[in-house]
Structures are given as structure tokens and as C-alpha cells.
Design a protein around this ligand. Sequence first.
Ligand code: PRP
Ligand code: HPA
Ligand code: MG
Length: 187
Amino acid sequence: MRIADVKEDIDHELVSREQIDSKIQEMAARVSDDYRDKNPLVIAVLKGAVNTLVAFTEALSIPVQIDFMSLSSYGSGTKSSGTVTVRQDLSADVRGRHILIVEDIIDSGRTLAWLVAELKRRGAASVEVFALLNKPSRREVDVDVKYPGYEIPDEFVVGFGLDYDEHYRNLESIAVLKPSVYQGEQA
Ligand SMILES: O=P(O)(O)OC[C@H]1O[C@H](OP(=O)(O)OP(=O)(O)O)[C@H](O)[C@@H]1O
Ligand code: HPA
Ligand SMILES: [Mg+2]
């Protein structure tokens, strides 16, 4: 789906598909160098990271294993509830593994901080992060991101996996939603 298909809900495009693809290629080249011979386990945080995961793992030049964890803290709103809910856990045992988390966005930092701590608690040998988008102005919890993508301003974005109330995930690029779409939501 393109912005023109939902133009009444979109304020403007923030990151084009060309920019998304070029950042993912750049990070995949770095990760391929860093993880050669480490048999990494790539963990995608569902649902938002699914588009990034597919493009990123295809762009790697090393073999990796892939697993998924479905975490939720936004529900149907534009503000973190502050509580990370595990909707679906990993199937792999992470003990002794080199883990690379793939995230679509870091906003408050709560989802990532929770996941990094949990993977270390389960005995991972190392845990690093690739996040396509980062909103540093909204950070509430400190997180260390080895492979950062684009810094974006404090605006609610959708597309390329990112949703508002489960909508717009299948938009091909990343765009700022018109506030009128979510005005009136419960704080
Ligand atoms: O840094 P934070 O404030 O924790 O925000 C980032 C997280 O929030 C979103 O997930 P969401 O809870 O919306 O679940 P979803 O991926 O299924 O949409 C996003 O995909 C990240 O996982
Ligand atoms: O800006 C955002 N858009 C969609 N989901 C999100 N989760 C955290 N921040 C965002
Ligand atoms: Mg969401």
C-alpha cells in the first residue's frame, strides 16, 4: 500500500522506501562482518519488526537463525502503557547464543530494556540491537543500540510494520499520521 492509498490519514512521508532499503543494506553489511562465524540468533520483536526483519535478513551475507517474540505495550493508543506484555514467546533456547534483536522503533525504550534484560537473564552470551527508527526525545529508559537506523522527531509514525491500532502496517514507507486520526483517544 502506498501513501496515496490512505492520503486522507497521512500528514507527510518521513522515511522513503529508498531510505529504508539503503539503511537496512548498510546495517546488514556491518552485522555480516561483525557476526561471521558466530552463528547468531536474530530475534524480531513482533508485530512491528516483521517488515524490517525480512528485508534485513535477506540483505545479510552470512547464515543466521531467526526467532520471534511478540511483545506489546501500545495496544490501541499512541502512548506506551508502561507495561510490556508477552503475547508469544521464543521457541529457541538462547543460552550461550549471540543474539541480535531487530526492532522497528525505539520510543520510550521500555520494550527493548525489558527484552535485553530478559535475554541476559535467560543466559544469552551477548545481546545487541538493530533498530530501524529511534525517537531519542521520548526516551524514558536508557538502552544501548549498536546498529542504529534513522533518528526521527517526536511524532507518531506508521508504515513498514508500524501501526496505529493495528492499521497501516502494510504501508510501504514510513509516514506521520494526522493527529486527527487519533485525537480523542484515552490518555
Ligand atoms: O520504546 P517503546 O516505547 O517500548 O516502543 C517501541 C515498541 O512499541 C511498538 O510495539 P507495540 O507495543 O505497538 O506492539 P506491535 O509491534 O505489535 O505494534 C514497537 O513495535 C516497538 O516494539
Ligand atoms: O511512533 C510510533 N508508531 C507506531 N508504533 C510505535 N511504538 C512506539 N512508537 C511508535
Ligand atoms: Mg504497535
